[in-house]
Design a protein around this ligand. Structure first.
Ligand code: ADP
Length: 190
């Protein structure tokens, strides 16, 4: 079982690359952003709560996010591996994930970080906002807030995996195919 965390700031291309990696390796893709958006669309209680944070560019509280992730993860006992996308986004989430996996005798094989310069992120998110229908992509202030939250709360998670010798970085700039190829190479070598 290969459990991979795909890491990087908003707009780095985690969602885009996940789709290719799922196809290629058969991972179960667990994207907390996607799960929250699914709940918003279906007007669940969780969706209403998550929306109030997401629309402001803030993180959904750890306890809510961790409980949700654990429940989703538990739905796939026969998975060949998981691709975590958008989770963990805080050190508390990283600790919780290690605990959840350890209880099942599993662990994270690697965190792979997609690195993209800030101007490029802003441009990508604004472009995506024209068609994604995501309110958090349409507003430059909210995008700025998400990037600030990334630096403050999420970037330290990299250090958590570095300390375990599990972090690897990869440039997220270039063609989608070339980035998929580099990611696949790293995953295959694990
Ligand atoms: P992006 O990486 O482009 O910001 P996501 O779809 O991963 O997009 O996340 C969208 C929003 O969902 C975040 O800004 C945040 O409000 C919420 N969210 C997603 N994952 C988490 C998480 N692990 N912890 C807290 N909030 C989250």
């Amino acid at each position: 079982m290969k459990n991979i965390v795909l890491f990087g700031p908003p707009g780095a291309g985690k969602g885009t690359q996940s789709a290719y990696l799922v196809d290629k390796f058969g991972f179960v893709h667990l994207s907390t952003g996607d799960i929250f958006r699914y709940n918003i669309k279906n007007q669940t209680e969780l969706g209403t709560l998550a929306k109030s944070y997401m629309d402001q560019g803030q993180l959904v509280p750890d306890s809510v996010t961790i409980d949700m992730l654990k429940a989703e993860w538990g739905k796939y006992p026969d998975a060949v591996g998981f691709l975590f996308d958008g989770f963990p986004r805080t050190e508390a989430q990283a600790l919780a994930l290690d605990e959840i996996l350890a209880e099942a005798g599993q662990s994270i094989a690697a965190m792979i970080g997609l690195e993209v310069p800030e101007e490029e992120l802003l441009a990508r998110l604004l472009e995506r906002g024209k068609t994604s229908g995501r309110p958090d992509d349409a507003n430059p202030e909210v995008i700025g807030q998400r990037i600030a939250v990334y630096h403050r709360e999420t970037a330290p998670v990299q250090g958590y995996y570095e300390a375990q010798g599990k972090y690897m970085a990869l440039s997220g700039v270039g063609s989608i195919e070339s980035i998929t190829a580099s990611l696949s190479e790293k995953i295959q070598a694990l």
